[in-house]
Ligand binder design. Structure first.
Ligand code: SAM
Length: 260
């Protein structure tokens, strides 16, 4: 992968590009007014990470649409919570202010943002992502993205993003050390993927959740282990979750295990 900037980069952008190239073991290349196509051809690499003044943009190839951090639906969901409306993930997980939440599949951190707002300043959300490029894009986004609402921006900043495989990380945790442990693996059936998740498919870890990992999550969780899947997915039964459809018309549902 190449890490570069837009044209006329600031010193901060150059520092960010150098830091990310070193972190990701990628080649740092000066832009010098070249198009992405020219860069990819001259450097012999298709994948590009471009540092702009406001965000990181990842291109799977110079002609592909960029992937970047944005709160998208999470922002809409948090605005509903602010108005006192319910969010199915918060209701079914039983998340309340002060809770410690472990999000085992961070992705774009949309669900982490909703948990972080619901758990509030006294709570905490740790967001695990196994894929280094995705983790870096989302970590920088959570640290820098400004929403129009200070309390929502604060919820983004409180999330602790970690580069880790959840199966390994859970084994290191003491019993009952989080209130809620959450899984949202890539759907077995991608047809029902949301428009915000499908762009990350090329970068994401597609592995199914392991039954042994669910057992570890039950040891680590004080109250709830919860998973998101397609409504009719056999994963709920295979992994021992009680299926909780959101609504009859929704393609997505949750599965819950209460451990208290
Ligand atoms: C469907 S996405 C999660 C979307 C997220 N809930 C959101 O709202 O943006 C699944 C993510 O989990 C990550 N993942 C899959 N297996 C993992 C593992 N063993 N450890 C950590 N992350 C994993 C994938 O790389 C992907 O980014």
């Amino acid at each position: 992968m190449i890490v570069t900037t837009t044209d006329h980069p600031s010193a901060v952008m150059l520092d960010t590009a150098a830091r990310l190239a070193s972190e990701l073991g990628a080649r740092l290349v000066q832009r010098r007014r070249r198009t992405l196509g020219q860069l990819a051809e001259q450097e012999g690499r298709r994948e590009l990470l471009v540092v702009t003044s406001t965000q990181l943009r990842y291109y799977g190839g110079p002609e592909e649409a960029p992937f970047y951090f944005h709160p998208s639906m999470a922002y809409v969901r948090v605005k509903r919570l602010r108005k006192g409306e319910a969010d199915p993930l918060i209701t079914l997980s039983g998340c309340r202010p002060g809770d410690k939440v472990l999000d085992c599949t961070a992705g774009l951190a949309g669900d982490s943002i909703v948990f972080s707002y619901a758990a509030g300043p006294e709570g905490s959300v740790t967001a695990l992502e196994s894929e280094p490029v995705l983790h870096a894009i989302v970590r920088e986004g959570l640290g820098n993205y400004e929403t129009e609402l200070d309390d929502v921006t604060a919820a983004l900043r409180r999330i602790r993003p970690l580069l880790a495989d959840h199966a390994e990380y859970l084994k290191t945790l003491p019993d009952n050390s989080f209130d809620i442990v959450y899984f949202d693996p890539m759907f077995r059936d991608p047809v029902h993927e949301s428009s915000s998740i499908s762009p990350l498919r090329g970068l994401a870890n597609p592995d199914p959740l392991n039954a042994g990992t669910v057992q570890e999550a039950m040891r680590v969780a004080r109250r709830t282990v919860i998973i998101k899947e397609t409504n009719n997915s056999p994963e709920f039964d295979r992994l021992g979750f009680v299926r909780c459809p959101v609504k009859k018309t929704s393609a997505v549902g949750y599965g819950v295990i209460h451990v208290d």
